[in-house]
Design a protein around this ligand. Sequence first.
Ligand code: NAD
Ligand code: WQD
Length: 336
Amino acid sequence: MKILVTGGAGFIGSHTCLEMLQEGYEITVVDNLCNSKEEALIRVQAITGKPLTFHKVDLLDRQALEQVFASDSFDAVIHFAGLKAPGESVSIPLRYYQNNITGTINLLEVMAHYGVKSLVFSSSCTVYGEAKTVPIREDFPLGAINPYGRTKLMIEQILADLYTSDNSWDIALLRYFNPVGAHPSGRIGEDPQGIPNNLLPYVAQVAVGRLPELHVFGNDYPTPDGTCIRDYVHVVDLALGHLRALEKLQTHPGLVAYNLGTNRGHSVMEVIAAFEKACGHAIPHRVVERRPGDAAVSYADASKANRELGWRSEKSMDDICADMWRWQKNNPYGYS
Ligand code: NAD
Ligand code: WQD
């Protein structure tokens, strides 16, 4: 099978390309490299010993995208490309709407034109907004709380409208919880530009001495140790979820949504302790004010993905930290 992967040079995309190459898929990546490096794809090919095709293309460049479809034929598309920082999206909302929504509409129009109607979309637990209870199920009410989250929700709605208009589409919405970790080879991993927004990349950069200390955003939440609880899912497990979703699309399920998470949460303090175990030294940290907009507890009910895709997360928090540490230690400045 030939798969087009948008945003395939990014964190989750590169790990997914690796697993797909290993399972024998043929892959073409389009990415504008606005938040990634081509080096990730070079390493994916080195690790697997298998080639992929890369086009440096922006989804906003409709003509360039058409050329990719005109020059090849694809069985399905996995659509990772997008901007993803909730905080940044509050400062530059139009850029988020333009990039994520217009980019997706361009992609869908070109796919329809070339008769490619099988899509896996990178959605997010952010579409649940502030869920009232945990674990979070796919049928919970939807509602986003920042422009980034609204782009994800709007794209889900656009895809639902598209499916209503033409039910020959097959679309899997994958709602990731907190993707973390790195490939066990230590050769590919997350390479955030600037100061990381997310907890684990921040912890990893403190561990390697690139940042002085971690700020723990609040320890007065109603949780056992007072720090927030999240559902951290290993990126290799997440990558495999995309392969299971592609297989599901072959059965023509229509429009389907799945949580990809671990069914459990870890607190910030538990994450710090696990990383300290992995790297063998203390992670300097200090409790500061709460970060606005953080829910106390969030984790998935991922049983639907288990029932319908045969997928479940296998890797533990210790695996996550060991793999992230290997990546960070071997590549203290990421791909650069
Ligand atoms: P990433 O930034 O590492 O990867 C996204 C890739 O898309 C990058 O390589 C970037 O260069 C590319 N891109 C962005 N806009 C583009 C455009 N207009 N044209 C072409 N390429 C473009 O992010 P990631 O963590 O790998 O996330 C992948 C997807 O998963 C995103 O859609 C993100 O919103 C979603 N997601 C991520 C998380 C997370 O915490 N990492 C959680 C839930 C959902
Ligand atoms: C985790 C916990 C922080 C950094 C984000 C997006 C969400 C989705 C997943 C894309 C929280 C605490 C963090 C730090 C800290 N992404 N923390 N110090 O907020 O659950 O979700 O990623 O779709 O949309 O919002 O993840 O990694 O930012 O935070 O104490 O320096 O770590 O308060 O409790 P979050 P995160």
